[in-house]
Design a protein around this ligand. Structure first.
Ligand code: IMP
Ligand code: MG
Length: 185
């Protein structure tokens, strides 16, 4: 493990400017939760979180949804470098739940190229859910217009970002804000 004795989030040169503050995140997440609560009234939606990036968003979002939600998780890996996806997606951990007849809400950290979402949508649709919608915390300005993205927290520019679940090489997921990555690519 690298030396962390002098590490401090205010002096780490990898951490660039704050793009979305903690307060902005929590305000927007509450709005998304209210919209989901209204849209799924009378239902018990199944929240499907995509590990690991969505774990923090999913935890906070779910606490703002006033419905009997259930949880499941899957993990995918997409080949590529630390900051670029190749679009070749593989399921590393599959769901426990049977999706047949369920109202499934896929919860994602960020829609970047959208290739992961395209793959997951096709894969999950083949399991015959009653409905399948997507809620992403972040989406790039050019993917946010995708018609299959029902709920989006924030449209962001192309900078690689960190925090609130999002990582570089497994670090920085615990930041309670979204910051720009300023390290090596
Ligand atoms: P896509 O298939 O290009 O949409 O990539 C989606 C996945 O790439 C996300 O679920 C993230 O895990 C990762 N990713 C894309 N952009 C970023 C970023 O700016 N920071 C951290 N992870 C990212
Ligand atoms: Mg990642």
């Amino acid at each position: 493990m690298s030396d962390t004795t002098a590490w401090n989030r205010d002096t780490d040169p990898t951490l660039g400017e704050v793009l979305i503050t903690s307060e902005q995140l929590h305000t927007r997440i509450a709005e998304l939760g209210a919209a989901i609560t209204a849209d799924y009234a009378g239902e018990a939606p199944l929240l499907v979180g995509v590990l690991k990036g969505a774990f923090m968003f999913m935890a906070d979002l779910s606490r703002t949804i006033d419905l009997p939600v259930e949880f499941d998780f899957m993990a995918v890996s997409s080949y590529g470098s630390a900051t670029k996806t190749s679009g070749v997606v593989r399921i590393v951990k599959d769901l426990d739940a049977d999706l047949t007849g369920r109202h499934v809400l896929l919860v994602e950290d960020i829609i970047d190229s959208g290739l992961t979402l395209t793959y997951l949508r096709k894969n999950l649709t083949s399991r015959n859910p009653a409905s399948l919608e997507v809620c992403a915390l972040l989406a790039r300005a050019d993917t946010v217009e995708r018609s299959d993205l029902r709920y989006v927290g924030f449209a962001i520019p192309d900078d690689f970002v960190l925090g609130f679940g999002l990582d570089v090489a497994e670090r920085y997921r615990n930041l309670d804000e979204i910051r720009v990555y300023r390290g090596p690519s």
